[in-house]
Design a protein. Sequence first.
Lengths: 334, 315
Amino acid sequence: MSDLLKSYRFREERETDWRKLDLILTRAENNGVKALSDEDMMALPRLYRQAVSSLSVARSISLDQNVIAYLESLCTRAYFYVYGTRASIGERIMDFLRRDWPACVSAAIGPTLLATLFLFGGGALAFFLCMQDMDWFWTFHGNSFWEGRNPDATVDYLRSTIYHDPTTTGDGQLSSFASFLFNNNAQIALFAFALGFAFGIPTAWLLIYNGVHLGSMYAVFWSKGLGYEFTGWLMIHGTTELFAIILAGAAGFVIGGAVAFPGRMTRLASARQAGQKAATIAMGCVIMLIVAAILEGFGRQMINSDVIRYAIAIWMLLMWLSYFYLPRRDETKI
Amino acid sequence: MNATVPHAPQNLSRLQIEADQRRRARMLETQRQSKLVRELVTPEGAVIHLKLSTATERAGAFLIDVAIQWAIVIATSIGLSYAMRAMGSGSANVAFAVWLVFFFFVRNFYYIFFELGPKSATPGKRALGIRVAARNGGRLTANSVLARNFIREIEVGLPFQFLMMGGTGVSGWIALLGLVWSGIFLFFPVFNKDKMRVGDLIAGTWVIHAPKAKLMGDIASSAASQALPGRFAFTPAQADAYGIHELHVLEDVLRNSTEEVKSQVALRIRTKIGWQPQPGETDIAFLEAYYAALRRRLEQRMLLGDRKADKYDTR
């Protein structure tokens, strides 16, 4: 019919293909790549290119709002599907564990050392202050903290907090304690990462604060001659947990550093680049803290031998160090 | 908008002045809307218009998500308490342990889980037709999704904590200062042109509209198939009475409005173009035929590079 509009004829010729693309996309979005047949996969790029060119033509010849809105939405969906990631969540997790996480951690060795300095610096400061004058402990902790593990406690009481009588504590209590600690620490780790945005200053403060708590507790046990035992009690999970906190701090410093000193990039681009690396490290911290909580809740409460505690602590530390920093074969996988 | 707003002479009637005001308001609104549109050039060289989601929509989506999170947590708590009762008193600690870990994962990984999925949107975002996308038009990587969601902790968690701190005297002042400081993060999306929150900034993402539009029938084609040829013969002057804006309004009326509105619109158009209703002519048939004629005329002019923006656009 010559009476038809040009723009309508244009639409009529292409409509079937648009609808086909729409169908494929809907299926793929709802059920994943596996729902697509080989035929669909072959057709997808062609249909996508056609839709995109239809859109540019439609914009210049058609005044049908609905057609243009439809094509706009179709092309956006198709673009994000065609150029988006199609890796499954399992593949993403494997990539993260095998490559991304250790690579990001080993690349951030400077910030990691800085975070270590802040944590242990704060710890050492508090330790020596408390050793000179135990009143400092109360300044750091306030009253009623840590179930009576304070300078007024007797040596026997302190010793009893380090070792557990397996007959008195039930499994239930251990697991709830572990998950409480995990929840707490993981939230703090994510916080340390997130606060890095403010030039890393709150991150540094958080690290020092944690270090001070640690150092002053250490001083209490040290002054009562329980240094060796306390180290075992702390380090069985501490090598993992403190490492995780240090890495969370390092993640914060990576962002803070990128925002403060963007170099040749714009501040925004620099923050973006650093943010993605730092987020990977922070994600890893959550995993490390899960491991730490298991060690703390179960391992520490059930293993009462100092030697085994030390062995686990050192073994865990070596394992993390080699996982992160040992050079690995370069996989030239795209 | 390439048309200029005409200056109103002194002796114009009040109606016309009002019409001008409406037009000016409409143009401002279009301009405001166009500020939210970003162009994405695909590797094929075609341009796709992405419309950024507004802060209000983001807040709405967030509220829906929070409600869902709470629903999940409460449902689990109830389920666990039943399981506890069935298993006896000793299981309370285990149940609490499970609940705590579960709570942490719901709080932090709810968003990550859904945004890593094929739709790149949480249920709340999906309900409002928005999704997350990489700002450079590339892939939305897992790292970006992690980054933008871990940052949420300071945007929402921090103000909330300062709010809870409260207190009087010095600690009250500290809480207030903290609240103001952390409020900057919370209201960050309102103050930048890309409507990014801090997490988006760090992750290199933004949130865009991804509505699923439906392709409806072409009005012009139904007009052509129903009307007898020559029944609605509009003169060029009649077809030139309106512009693209009015065409789009007419399209909306035909697609979405009630019969009553349609007949009112038909009446106004008939008066404006001086159309004498023929015997047996329905309002719908008239509107569809006029739509087709108007669109044909405007599309012809557009092909020659002449966009008639609206009825005031006379050249």
